[in-house]
Design a protein. Structure first.
Length: 82
């Protein structure tokens, strides 16, 4: 059964990445989100602290492919392990 976009409510995707992520895994994750049967209306990706050059290049690539990707860059990692 195929779902028509007009039948589904709008939704957003929230995702986070950090410097320890592999660029290939980030690529597959973003690709999967963007290829869903019912596309998201908004995609917010939080960069938890500085990223590697490979991850930055991956994000630059995807920003040229879609206009729903919005990056939120945190200047330092907010990882709080207690």
């Amino acid at each position: 059964m195929e779902i028509e976009n007009s039948q589904s409510p709008p939704y957003s995707v929230l995702m986070a990445t950090y410097c320890g992520e592999k660029a290939a895994y980030l690529h597959r994750s973003i690709e999967s989100i963007l290829n869903q049967t019912v596309p998201a209306d908004d995609f917010v990706l939080v960069c938890d602290g500085p990223l590697t050059p490979e991850l930055d290049a991956e994000l630059e690539y995807w920003q040229t492919k879609t206009d729903i990707l919005n990056l939120l860059r945190l200047p330092k990692s907010e990882d709080k392990v207690e």
